[in-house]
Design a protein around this ligand. Sequence first.
Ligand SMILES: C[S@@+](CC[C@H](N)C(=O)[O-])C[C@H]1O[C@@H](n2cnc3c(N)ncnc32)[C@H](O)[C@@H]1O
Length: 396
Amino acid sequence: MEDFRGNSGPRGWRAAAEAALYGPGGFYRRPEGPAGHFRTSVHASPLFARAVARLLCRVDAALGRPAVLDFVDMGAGRGELVAGVLAALPSDVAARARAYAVEIAGRPAGLDERITWLSELPDTVTGLLFANEWLDNVPVDVVEVDSAGVPRLVLVTEDGSERLGEPVTGAEAGWLAHWWPLPAEEGLRAEIGLPRDRAWAAAVDRVVRGLAVAVDYAHTVETRPPFGTLTGFREGRETAPVPDGSCDITAHVALDACAAAPGMSRTPSAPARASSSAPSDTAQGAGASARELSGARLLTQRAALRALDLTGARPPLALASTDPSAYVRALASAGEATELRATGGLGDFGWLLQPVGIPDPLEDPLDTELPDTGRPDAGHPGTGRPETDLPEPPGR
Ligand SMILES: C[S@@+](CC[C@H](N)C(=O)[O-])C[C@H]1O[C@@H](n2cnc3c(N)ncnc32)[C@H](O)[C@@H]1O
């Protein structure tokens, strides 16, 4: 991996961010981990891991309760999600679960020893592969339209100063034309999502049977932001993106393009739009394969969590007099659930579901056998089909 230090020459954002985030001394190799700089759903509440555990139980049921059930946390940070999922599983499922954290950074001390820590995806996955806020950290190049109306690669130096480079050509130009067409208006910008499409397709490729899920702040072809979304985060604050290893560098994800990528990996230079013009509806993964890749679907986190029985309903007031401390706990849980489902916040995140050889587990809920005790919304199961709207959410 290339070092960012001492490389002051201008280069594309993809190479610059790759070195700044993952190179020697890079941002994501620092000891404090992602939680030291921003809050994901995983950090916001243990309810998130419990909902993912319920999803894993549904996948388990759809797979016919195999002897070994894989759970893979892709881009695992410090393993917080995978540890929470293991802790929330009913004992009969936990006994069959094989848990992996896939992360560029090293294994944190004290992690549950049942968790296998890997720097790359396992060869095969039968179960659930879950990637929370991974794809937004797969580095991408940025383009900007010049005064002649031509999209050019944006080059950046280690201090964050930019200038325009060559016009975009080849597969990158094809991706832009298809997924993020830029009017010939000086200053418009876009991020080329091709590396994310490829990363997602490669991850889905490891799933023999089960479900792959990518959760991220997303936009679709109807809602691309005119000036792109590249930004930085440092110690809880949004900041200018500077590729010097001091901050996170992230950009919203074109999840509709990712949805179409699995099955297209052999022809990466010729992307095909997933389905008609309904990117947030049931975008079909392109091309059936021997592994029965079908029915990729985009929905909001709010809809996904509701389908997983996390509604954020407040506890009944009567509980306050019969069991005040249970009431206070349930109220706190309801607050956390509200944050995970919030409009204008985490609830607007996109969930990209890619079933492989099983039905969509959020489309047709099966009995999860996960105890519901302590959840404020127990007894309020999901209400049928999830929402399919996917508004553009804010950044972290
Ligand atoms: C925004 S953090 C999310 C962490 C965690 N999933 C969460 O939701 O709190 C993204 C993580 O993905 C990791 N990552 C990025 N690319 C990766 C790759 N190719 N393989 C493994 N981990 C990767 C980064 O090191 C970082 O820890």
